[in-house]
Design a protein around this ligand. Structure first.
Ligand code: PMP
Length: 352
């Protein structure tokens, strides 16, 4: 062992879903949107003035924040943006979770949370979901250093009611509570109306799913002016220029096209509801996902084998070899054609 290794910050990194590049693949493994970004995004791309790239971008990301402020009818001082919601969440962990008491999050949840906690030496305590993969609000009444969970949760897709969220906030007014709303646009009720009531609430959202911009890396947070100020202080102590010129221009165009946003979500939700019926008739068991994916298990076919069989067919879904969920598959809702190809394979596999 070399002595300098004692000084290295050693981490077990997060493992993102595979990004295969196969011809004719059906990619349902990382919850991307199967439809293109809004037409205005393309127009902005074609007319983008590359001369601006000589210059640093606006560190305050004003055009994007103003567009979000206008769209959500929220004060610009209550909005923070980052390089995908992963960046926003990492900044939030760094800024808000600084207690010796453990932060609380569900045992089955976004698997980046424990990675950030470990990297930043934040004590944490996973709180078991109930047998239906639901959050029990009473479990979050104990003393803690902060609370975070996605709503709807990932990878389960389970949506908790605003009443439950408010109850958890009510019992946790001395710490920061972060609601990760990466999938909220697919049928959930955002906690945004609670923002004025709870100055310790931070809501994090992303352009990666409902706005078809996973590749552009844009995420945002809503919070009280104080929380956003604290987040900015940390951001400016780390990297002032998080958002590049192109991300600012294209993100703004995406927010401005509300009609396209609604239409795309409607298509995905319609396909999701059809898939629930189809999967049920194939004997799969799953909760009532309110996100752009289903989290399914089958009593007769082990998920790990099904995952491999699908991969052989160039159909990529997500499998987590983790306690409690190692017999489940998370399947992103794709286009109707993609889902029909998946169903055809499953019919043959199951009826063999
Ligand atoms: N939160 C949750 C619950 C997610 O599933 C994801 C997607 N991996 C993210 C945050 C991060 O998404 P992004 O960085 O693309 O905004």
């Amino acid at each position: 062992m070399k002595l300098w290794e004692n000084n290295v910050r050693k981490v077990v990194p997060y493992v993102p879903g595979e990004q295969p590049d196969q011809p004719h693949m059906i990619k349902l493994n990382t919850n991307e949107n199967p439809y293109p970004p809004a037409p205005g995004v393309m127009e902005n791309l074609y007319t983008f003035d590359t001369d601006t790239l000589r210059l640093y971008p606006d560190p305050s990301s004003k055009i994007l924040i103003d567009a979000l402020a206008e769209h959500y009818k929220i004060d610009a001082e209550q909005i923070f943006v980052g390089v995908g919601s992963d960046d926003v969440l990492a900044m939030a962990f760094l800024t808000f979770f600084n207690s010796l008491k453990p932060i609380l999050f569900p045992d089955i949840t976004y698997s980046f949370y424990d990675v950030w906690a470990q990297m930043l030496h934040i004590p944490y305590k996973p709180v078991p979901l109930d047998d239906d993969f639901r959050i029990r609000r009473e479990d979050y009444y104990e003393e803690n250093g902060g609370v975070i969970f996605p709503n709807p949760n990932a990878p389960t897709g389970e949506l908790e009611s605003l009443e439950d969220i408010e109850d958890i906030l009510c019992h946790n007014q001395d710490v920061i509570v972060i609601i990760d709303e990466a999938y909220i646009d697919f049928g959930g009720k955002s906690a945004l109306p609670l923002l004025n009531k709870y100055e310790n609430l931070l809501i994090v959202q992303t352009f990666s799913k409902s706005r078809s911009l996973a590749g552009m890396r844009i995420g945002h947070a809503f919070g009280s002016r104080e929380l956003i100020r604290y987040l900015n202080d940390v951001k400016y102590s780390f990297n002032s220029y998080t958002m590049n010129h192109l991300a600012l221009a294209l993100g703004t165009a995406a927010v401005e096209d509300d009609a396209y946003f609604r239409e795309t979500i409607h298509k995905i939700v319609t396909t999701r509801e059809r898939m629930k019926e189809e999967f049920r008739s194939l004997g799969f068991v799953f909760g009532d996902s309110m996100s752009n994916f289903l989290f399914v298990t089958h009593p007769d076919f082990p998920a790990a084998q099904l995952f491999e069989a699908l991969k052989q067919e160039n159909i990529y879904v997500r499998y987590f070899n983790k306690p409690r969920i190692d017999n489940y598959l998370r399947i992103t809702i794709g286009t109707d054609d993609e889902m029909d190809a998946l169903l055809e394979f499953l019919h043959n596999y199951i009826k063999r």
